[in-house]
Ligand binder design. Sequence first.
Ligand code: HEC
Ligand code: HEC
Length: 310
Amino acid sequence: MSEVKQDKTKQGSVQTTGHAWDGDIQEFNNPLPRWWLWGFYATTLFAVLYWVFYPAWPVGDSYTKGVFNNITYKVGGKEVTTHWNTRALLMKDLQEGEEAVKQRKYMSGLMAASYEKIVSDPKMMQFTRSVGKILFEDNCAACHGMGGAGVAGLFPNLVDDDWLWGGSLKTIQATIESGRRGYMPGFKKTFNDAQMNDVVEYVMSLSGKQVDEDMAKRGGVLFNGQGGGCYYCHTSKGTGMASVGSANLTDSIWTVAKVSSQKTPETKRKVIRDVISSGISREMPMWKARLSEAEIKVLTVYVHELGGGK
Ligand code: HEC
Ligand code: HEC
């Protein structure tokens, strides 16, 4: 490397640094473009201002907080004012944002309104449907399914207009608030095989299936007499009682016995026999402690409408 004289004529008017390698390789000395330089100064200035105004640098186990101290939101009922930060901004928005305020207004409107008023007000219903859907998916869908169709044998279908405990708004609210326990004893030890077959035949006949008349007749005596005592809970017509949540056996809608998915009369008989033989014990949990009054009200209207709204 040796110093050479700057040669402006050979390379045009571009300045070189005055260094040359391998004899004639020279280095241009172009100034930084003006736009680039100003951009550089501007971003530097921006960064410095940002450090001053907003939370930026770690200091010990804390950090510089910036100069804005203007976000107020509520924590456990108390107002807190903090320096600007996106977390506080989100909290404030959740509490006071346009959507939150609108939702709170609707919720308190719902709390004040009677069920009759809610059901007949299209705006309230629209709100109930959208909030109810979210509440249902968060709390109920794990058992009753996303759309509320249930799981045969385990969790009842809430979409049909057939209810164990009653489908009025009042009874649905009571179901959600306090839970329900569906219980039927097993009859394995009560009946011998022939008696069991007779009772199954009678249950089949209640929903209009083709049956052996003699067997069904004997089964009916057991159903409606001391032998079986089924009528205590299912009534002598077999239509069920909302007060004990006993299923209506006359309507071809099955909630525990998986009759509908069976192809042949033999397998239908078998699933009915299994249920009568082992009994039923299943529980709908109570939600009083876990959901607010307003949320239960929304869910009541939502579930009521799922079942046809009658
Ligand atoms: C852990 C599972 C589970 C969850 C979660 C659950 N349920 Fe239930 N629910 C059941 C069972 C089981 C029954 C049937 C009780 C019986 O046998 O009578 C039931 C019954 C019902 C009934 C009565 C149906 C009828 O025919 O009378 C309604 C209404 C209902 N649930 C609504 C809800 C709502 C609303 C939620 C969400 C807040 C919910 N359930 C969450 C298990 C559940
Ligand atoms: C102590 C009351 C009680 C007695 C007694 C009783 N049941 Fe039930 N039974 C119920 C209840 C409650 C249900 C619904 C349980 C549930 O949904 O969780 C039910 C459900 C059923 C089902 C299933 C229906 C379905 O939709 O899947 C059949 C079948 C049935 N009972 C038949 C009988 C027969 C037959 C007898 C008499 C031998 C009888 N039950 C006696 C309370 C009773």
